[in-house]
Design a protein around this ligand. Structure first.
Ligand code: G16
Ligand code: MG
Length: 219
């Protein structure tokens, strides 16, 4: 039997949160208000539409449908100018090491992201080939903390949900993994991600013995 490994993208594989932040801040400033790094925390793992709703709420702005749609496009076009310049150097520490180790053990690997830009980002950083399955914002109707994205990933991998492991940096993502009855592994701050089964500051702190344990434990 095999363990399915599902990786979130933003905050786990690459730090695109900083680019999302710059693009949302630009829009906020254009609309006449500030958007702080602290407020950006609420945007992690959250869909683009939901992010704009929160942003407009922060600015106290009510938008028409036309304005809302235009601002979504504007933010994304700005975000894409940052993505365009990404390369391998933006892969977070030891992500390649973990991916290649799991691959060498024959484990099925999926991406489970809320982003609609997931495929171009994987291409830019050269990690596409590791993934047997990619489930992103284009495939889901319900955003994290709904488990939909991870359930679809498990199904496409052909692995029972209880035999799947999820790596996530966002509280909403950990909640989604727990709801899907998967082993949730937080990547980031232990206090913030306290609902995860295990937490690591980053992949450098995770050794192959732990990965072997995951491969063995769910089987
Ligand atoms: C990511 C980010 C969120 C972002 C969302 C949608 O999710 O964490 O901040 O709003 O994708 O991204 P896009 O605008 O590119 O569709 P994840 O699940 O990869 O962490
Ligand atoms: Mg994330």
């Amino acid at each position: 039997k095999k363990t399915g490994f599902i990786f979130d993208l933003d905050g786990v594989i690459v730090d695109t949160a900083k680019y999302h932040y710059l693009a949302w801040r630009k829009l906020a400033n254009e609309l006449g208000f500030e958007f702080t790094v602290a407020q950006n925390e609420m945007f992690k793992g959250v869909s683009r539409k939901k992010c704009l709703e929160i942003l407009l709420n922060i600015g106290g702005i009510t938008a028409t449908t036309e304005q809302f749609d235009r601002w979504m496009i504007e933010k994304n076009e700005d975000y894409l100018t940052y993505i365009e310049k990404m390369d391998r150097s933006e892969i977070l520490p030891d992500v390649d090491k973990v991916l290649s180790y799991l691959k060498s053990k024959g484990m099925p690997i999926a991406l489970g992201s809320a982003s609609k830009n997931a495929i171009p980002i994987l291409e830019k950083v050269g990690l596409t080939d590791y993934f047997d399955v990619v489930v992103d914002g284009n495939h889901v109707t319900k955003a994290k903390p709904d488990p939909e994205v991870f359930l679809i990933a498990a199904k496409k991998l052909g692995v029972p949900t209880q035999n799947c492991v999820v790596f996530e940096d966002a509280i909403a993502g950990i909640e989604a993994a727990n709801k899907a009855h998967m082993v949730s592994i937080g990547i980031g701050d232990a206090k913030t991600l306290s609902s995860a089964k295990h937490v690591f500051g980053n992949f450098e702190e995770m050794d192959t013995a732990f990965l072997d344990m995951l491969i063995g434990a769910v089987n």
